[in-house]
Each structure stands twice: as structure tokens, then as C-alpha cells.
Design a protein around this ligand. Structure first.
Ligand SMILES: [Zn+2]
Length: 237
């Protein structure tokens, strides 16, 4: 009887210790690292997407690697224009480019994506690992983390909650990586012929206005402490 009680007592202790090790400590640690606000919502990143990413890196940038990884040096902010999280996520989900983006399909079949997607209520979703290359900005994918925001344009302007979430996320990323630049997608062509620019095709460009100048100004005002480098004034011709 005593032996049975002892076993049960030990089992009880073991369960408590296991609970602390498996549940309590990881939860506390994730809070310490500031990852609590990030919800994992992965897009498809299968063998096909991996291969297409490696091809994109080799053909567009002349980078030959075995894995499609990056060292983040830049953060690029975007808006999706799609009014809902579901539509925005669907645009990035599959590995290959849907037919309706035929304007850029000639360059690569790799679907566009970004590392993060911020919903209109400020919820932050991580779509893929921060150190895997996403296709979100011509010329600079090999060194940049993309943050997409649901909505955009005059009809669905980005919300105050999205602004707060972007600021939080930039703080999180700037502490984690050696980030030198924070830019809006509409500013990307200013990096042509600058140190990070690698796109080989001079005629492959798209006109962008996301995520709007006022949104960028607000984000920059709130992240001054990081002393990100200024965006180059003009292209060097
Ligand atoms: Zn964009």
C-alpha cells in the first residue's frame, strides 16, 4: 500500500514537473522574447516553392545557394489592397503565381509573398520564416523582410491598430537582426545601383505606392531610436 502511494506521489510530482517544463516555461519564454503577439499562419512552402525561390535567386540576383535563406538587412512595408485577411492570405498561399498576375509571370513562376501579414485589427500573422526569401520587392528580396498590411488605398485606408502593430513588429525585428533600412515599397527604385540592389533586368520594374507616405512618416517617427539609414535621395545614373 505504502509503495503504491509512493509511486502515485512520485507520478504526481513528475506530472507537475513535466507541466512546468513543457507548458509554463515555453509560454513565459515566448513572452520574454516578445513573440506573444505573433500568430503563426504559414503559407505553402513546399519543394516547388523552395526550388522556384532558388531559381529566382540565381537568375535575378546571381546568388547560388542550396537553401533559399537570407540575412535580413532591410524591412519593406506594404499594403495588399485586398480588403480582408482571407483574400490577402489567399494571394500569397500557393507556391506558384496565379494567372491574374501575368504582368510579372514572364520573370518567374514563384508566387509573391511576405514574411508577415497585419490584419486590420492589428493582429500580426507570420506567413513564413524571417530568414527565408519571400518575393515582395524587385531587386531587394535577397536581404529584406516584407510586412504586408490588409487593405490600403483610399477606400480602405490602413488603420491605427495596423500602425501600432507595424511599429511593434519593427521593434521586434530591429532587435533581432542588423536592420539598416526601413522603407515603403514605393521607395524601392531609389535603391537601384546602390549596394543592396541585385536585379539584373533593367526593364523589370513595377509602379508602387504602398503603404502610402503618411503611414511611412508615422512609422519612421515612432522608430527613430533605431537610426535606420536614410533612403537614397536619387538614383545614381
Ligand atoms: Zn507592396
Amino acid at each position: 500500500m505504502k509503495v503504491t502511494k509512493l509511486i502515485f506521489k512520485d507520478l504526481g510530482s513528475a506530472v507537475v514537473i513535466a507541466f512546468i517544463l513543457i507548458i509554463v516555461i515555453p509560454v513565459l519564454c515566448s513572452g520574454c522574447k516578445g513573440t506573444k503577439r505573433i500568430v503563426e499562419k504559414p503559407i505553402v512552402f513546399d519543394e516547388q516553392r523552395s526550388q522556384l525561390t532558388l531559381e529566382y535567386m540565381a537568375e535575378r540576383y546571381g546568388i547560388k545557394k542550396d537553401t533559399p535563406t537570407i540575412e535580413p538587412r532591410m524591412i519593406v512595408l506594404h499594403w495588399t489592397v485586398y480588403p480582408t485577411l482571407e483574400e490577402s492570405f489567399e494571394a500569397f498561399r500557393s507556391s506558384t503565381l496565379p494567372n491574374y498576375r501575368s504582368d510579372i509571370e514572364g520573370v518567374s513562376g514563384l508566387n509573391v509573398s511576405s514574411h508577415f501579414l497585419v490584419d486590420r485589427d492589428g493582429t500580426i500573422y507570420r506567413l513564413m520564416p524571417e530568414t527565408t526569401m519571400a518575393r515582395h520587392v524587385i531587386g531587394l528580396n535577397h536581404c529584406s523582410i516584407g510586412i504586408e498590411n490588409v487593405g490600403g488605398t483610399d477606400k480602405n485606408p490602413l488603420t491605427a491598430l495596423q500602425l501600432q502593430a507595424n511599429i511593434w513588429l519593427i521593434n521586434y525585428l530591429a532587435k533581432k537582426y542588423s536592420i539598416e533600412y526601413l522603407i515603403g515599397h514605393y521607395e524601392y527604385t531609389k535603391f537601384e545601383q546602390q549596394e543592396f540592389w541585385l536585379e539584373k533586368n533593367d526593364s523589370y520594374r513595377t509602379e508602387k505606392e504602398d503603404p502610402g507616405e503618411s503611414f511611412m512618416k508615422n512609422v519612421r517617427d515612432a522608430t527613430k531610436k533605431f537610426n535606420f539609414k536614410p533612403v537614397p535621395e536619387n538614383k545614381i545614373l
